[in-house]
Design a protein around this ligand. Structure first.
Ligand SMILES: [Zn+2]
Length: 290
């Protein structure tokens, strides 16, 4: 089996690189099919089925070859190659590539980070990743399963930080109330205060005493005032980090405690200050928090 020395679409004639018209048409069809939503592997399969030669007697098309072609700037005239694919078609195909997230394979550090920190919202169990070609299944031990494209997942996570950057109040969301757990003691004292207030005959001194006592109990149950301490920290990091870095494991590790999937439709990002920010998977603006 012979190998090509030149990219598919070109031939050498009298020492010059020229366009092979038949192959050039196939190149354009490949770009168009990819933009139209066909998978790399489907395109390769069709070319094989149609017995389109890759090179003399070689019909071995595969998705890696197609993938390299989609990115090959020589088709748009780089390195003095004659143009086969016009720039707009080329750019559309490469945008499609980024949207589909083909570049995110199992070796992607971001996906590896997500695998370690990804949970089923309903069960609290770790989600296990199963990748079939471009569709990815995440399943928890209790049997919940979600199909989420990597590109959608990554866009969703990035979107959470873009939302926070634009709207820092997403981190506020009365999380003060989350700083303490309601212990029986707090519940009792709160009820006592309410009764006293509703009774209408509480003296200022008694009221103050009750409220302070309750606050002391609440304060004692705080592990630490995480919200106060970490909210500014998160905002600083989000604002001072380039948006392109929002998916880097270093950034995520700094401020995210875990990410969960809710109903297969939303990702729920928990942050180190105890805030929770939710985002619809696959587009849309931030729904809300919590
Ligand atoms: Zn589950």
């Amino acid at each position: 089996m012979k190998n090509r020395m030149l990219p598919y679409g070109y031939i050498m004639t009298n020492g010059d690189i020229v366009v092979d018209e038949i192959e050039a048409e196939i190149v354009n069809n490949i770009f168009q099919a990819y933009i139209d939503g066909e998978f790399l592997s489907q395109i390769a399969e069709e070319l094989k089925v149609q017995r389109v030669p890759f090179f003399e007697g070689n019909y071995e098309w595969n998705k890696n070859k197609i993938y390299r072609m989609i990115q090959d700037t020589r088709y748009t005239g780089a390195k003095n190659y004659p143009i086969i694919v016009d720039k707009e078609l080329f750019e559309r195909a490469n945008r499609t590539k980024e949207e589909r997230g083909f570049q995110v394979d199992k070796s992607s550090p971001t996906i590896e980070w997500i695998k370690r920190n990804f949970y089923c919202y309903k069960c609290g169990k770790k989600l296990i990743r199963y990748k079939y070609s471009e569709s990815v299944r995440w399943a928890c031990k209790n049997g919940c399963a979600f199909y989420i494209k990597d590109a959608d997942l990554l866009n969703g996570i990035r979107g959470v930080f873009e939302d926070i950057r634009r709207e820092p109040s997403l981190l506020q969301n009365d999380h003060r109330a989350d700083n303490y757990r309601i212990t029986p003691d707090i519940a009792r004292q709160t009820a006592e205060i309410n009764r006293a207030i509703n009774g209408g005959n509480m003296s200022f001194e008694i009221g103050k005493k009750l409220v302070l006592s309750c606050a002391t109990v609440k304060f004692a149950t705080c592990e630490e005032n995480r919200f106060e301490a970490y909210t500014d920290y998160i905002l600083d990091i989000v604002k001072n980090t380039d948006e392109k870095e929002y998916l880097s494991p270093r950034f995520l590790s700094e401020i995210v405690t875990q990410i969960a999937v809710k109903n297969g439709t939303h990702i729920v990002v928990s942050l180190i200050n105890g805030s929770v920010v939710t985002k619809l998977i696959g587009g849309g603006n931030n729904a809300n928090t919590k």
